[in-house]
Design a protein. Structure first.
Length: 134
């Protein structure tokens, strides 16, 4: 996603080329930061639970300064941005939570490494069983 920036084109009298100016203006874009992309993505959502999505986002980001956000799989995603020992990127060890927002009546929080999370409360297991209709 990109945001347009302001351009000023100065030319000699009679030398203004509207097509060149339009092309220059269209090409002059700045890549948004990950945080700006997530903000823009949520702002553009047509979802009845938009306020809940924003509240969940704030809770996750306020949990630890080393948690960052990005758009992944066309959804807001949160990952650990601190130092880690080297690992295979296909293991998705940095990934914490991805919001699945395709259904209008729910916000599904996907834990890409859920099987490795220590869950002494059984909360995550209970959520899996409920989702499976048990």
């Amino acid at each position: 996603m990109y945001a347009p920036i302001f351009c000023l084109l100065l030319t000699a009298p009679g030398k203004f080329n509207r097509d060149m100016f339009t092309k220059t203006l269209t090409m002059a874009k700045v890549k948004l930061s990950d945080k700006e992309q997530v903000t823009e993505h949520i702002a553009a959502l047509d979802h009845p639970l938009k306020d809940a999505i924003e509240a969940i986002r704030e809770i996750i980001l306020d949990t630890d300064a080393a948690i960052s956000e990005q758009i992944k799989w066309n959804s807001p995603a949160f990952y650990y941005s601190g130092e880690m020992a080297p690992f295979d990127p296909k293991e998705y060890k940095r990934d914490i939570i991805v919001m699945h927002l395709r259904k209008k009546d729910e916000v599904l929080l996907v834990f890409p490494n859920g099987a490795t999370i220590l869950d002494p409360t059984g909360l995550l297991k209970a959520a899996i069983l409920m989702a499976a209709g048990w």
